[in-house]
Design a protein around this ligand. Structure first.
Ligand code: HEC
Ligand code: HEC
Length: 195
């Protein structure tokens, strides 16, 4: 059983790794070729107003459509944009990067749902609400003190922060991924509020 579990985790992280690789290469390509017109981040306006920020483009396409149109040069042949014959690798990588904004959002909302179900009766889980249990620190402060990656790791191992009265949690690899996305999102908005 344990061996099967380890094998599953190894396969999942391998697939995750290739995918993460495409997303990060796609991001580099976009930085070089697209950033002077499109906003590439989670926030911010496009330098060229008429160019939609990449974070909303996923709403109108599927990944396959986008990759196809990059291959055919259709979506890319927009006005004012220099011609660029992408290789099929580049088309796949750019499509993976553009679509990753949609996945992040899905993950964040799954993670938020997990936090609502498992943590919110003690912790304030978002950037505004109050704690229901005074001794439990609000997550918006927790994510500033701890690296979200480290938190997620602690959760994967079965969090033993010596929470009194806290039930033991067992989260799957996927659930930990969603919680990590949620913590990162919360950290970003907590830091934004600070400024
Ligand atoms: C010189 C400015 C410029 C550059 C550089 C540029 N774009 Fe665009 N892009 C635009 C504008 C303006 C639009 C919106 C108007 C249009 O669709 O013709 C757009 C639209 C798009 C759309 C369609 C969005 C939608 O919702 O339909 C995609 C996809 C896209 N760009 C991808 C890219 C990618 C990928 C790169 C880099 C490889 C890139 N663009 C580089 C200006 C640019
Ligand atoms: C029954 C109440 C309760 C629930 C449910 C609960 N916690 Fe806690 N948690 C606490 C209390 C109280 C503390 C502070 C005292 C302590 O650290 O021992 C705490 C502390 C923590 C800390 C450490 C914060 C720090 O600054 O060191 C983390 C991380 C944490 N909780 C995460 C979670 C997560 C994630 C969930 C949901 C999966 C959760 N907790 C659910 C009561 C709870």
């Amino acid at each position: 059983m344990m061996r099967a579990l380890i094998a599953t985790v190894a396969v999942m992280s391998f697939v995750g790794f290739c995918r993460a690789d495409d997303v990060s290469t796609g991001k580099q390509l976009a930085n070089i070729n697209c950033a002077r017109c499109h906003a590439l981040g989670e926030i911010g306006d496009s330098p060229f107003k008429a160019a939609p920020p990449f974070r909303i483009i996923h709403e109108n396409y599927s990944e396959g459509e986008l990759e196809d149109s990059f291959n055919e040069g259709v979506a890319v042949a927009h006005p004012a944009m220099p011609d660029w014959n992408m290789t099929s690798d580049e088309a796949r990588q750019l499509a993976a990067f553009v679509m990753s904004f949609g996945e992040q959002k899905k993950d964040v909302s799954k993670g938020r749902a997990l936090a609502v179900a498992n943590c919110s009766r003690c912790h304030a889980i978002d950037d505004a609400s109050e704690n229901s249990f005074a001794a439990a620190p609000p997550f918006r402060d927790v994510v500033k003190r701890y690296d979200p990656e480290a938190l997620a790791e602690a959760l994967a191992e079965g969090i033993a922060t010596g929470h009194p009265a806290m039930p033991e949690f067992e989260f799957s690899v996927e659930q930990v991924g969603s919680l990590l996305a949620y913590f990162k999102d919360l950290e970003a908005s907590a830091r934004a509020q600070e400024q």
